[in-house]
Design a protein around this ligand. Structure first.
Ligand code: DX5
Ligand code: ZN
Length: 245
């Protein structure tokens, strides 16, 4: 059995003046996870929001909070994000010298651990932490801003990481410039979790968001690797359930 495709809208593209309503809308529109982009103006050239905002929106939905930390240093803040209600905490391989320690710390806090790679970082950077992660996030834009164009150079990296994962129960997530037009290629390369910001928060209503999420999902499901090949690298239990709250 192939894992179900996860669609994770990035709230970076939401209307921050109505953030609570936007969370409720994407929840009703069929989002699987809520992707929270945390930026510090140091690791990336932009500042977004922190643990207090995540804590404030946590009661509005029962969906998984997929928290993408684009901050350095990261270790001093892990506990705050865990307490705020993150379910998955993803750190960048480039954010510090001791990635293995950061990933251990996330699991010690009882959370799923993710590692992310910027476009210029080759996949061997995570070879020795594969048994410490529940999720690998491939950036398909340079992190810092929503609305950028998808970098096709990352497709080969996604394919290689899918091979590296082997039969480990690890989600392979793609983030940056994902649209209904490239979701099929991304899924065909081996990704099974797709982040989308501007492609989801287009239009105004829950119905618009639902159409956008559905279109990305259909494109990804259509493009995904045939079951016969995929079954050999993804265990049967690797469905949405492993991240259940
Ligand atoms: C970029 C963020 C992404 C971004 C996605 O640094 O990590 O999650 O908000 O936005 P789009 O889908 O608009 O590229
Ligand atoms: Zn992100």
């Amino acid at each position: 059995m192939t894992p179900e495709i996860i669609i994770a809208p990035s709230i970076l593209a939401a209307n921050f003046a109505r953030l609570g309503e936007e969370i409720t809308a994407i929840d009703a529109a069929g989002a699987d996870w809520i992707h929270c982009d945390v930026m510090d103006g140091h690791f990336v050239p932009n500042i977004s929001f922190g643990a207090d905002v995540i804590k404030a929106i946590r009661p509005l939905t029962a969906k998984i909070f997929d928290v993408h930390l684009m901050i350095a240093p990261v270790d001093p803040y892990l506990e705050a994000f865990a307490k705020a209600g993150a379910d998955i905490i993803t750190v960048h391989a480039e954010a510090g010298a001791h990635l293995d320690r950061s990933l251990q710390a996330i699991r010690a806090l009882g959370k799923k651990a993710g590692v992310s790679l910027c476009p210029a970082t080759p996949e061997p950077a995570i070879e020795y932490v594969l048994d410490r992660v529940d999720l690998i996030l491939v950036m398909t834009v340079n992190p810092g801003f929503g609305g950028q164009s998808f970098l096709g150079s990352q497709i080969e990296k996604i394919q290689r990481i899918r091979q590296m994962i082997g039969d480990r129960p690890i989600r392979l997530e793609v983030d940056g410039g994902v649209t209904r037009d490239n979701a099929g290629v991304v899924a065909a390369a081996g990704a099974d979790a797709l982040v989308a910001g501007s492609a989801v928060f287009r239009g105004k209503s829950t119905a618009d968001y639902a159409d956008n999420i559905a279109a990305i999902r259909v494109a990804a499901e259509t493009g995904r690797v045939p079951k016969r090949q995929y079954a050999s690298v993804v265990p049967a239990h690797a469905n949405k359930g492993e991240f259940a709250r």
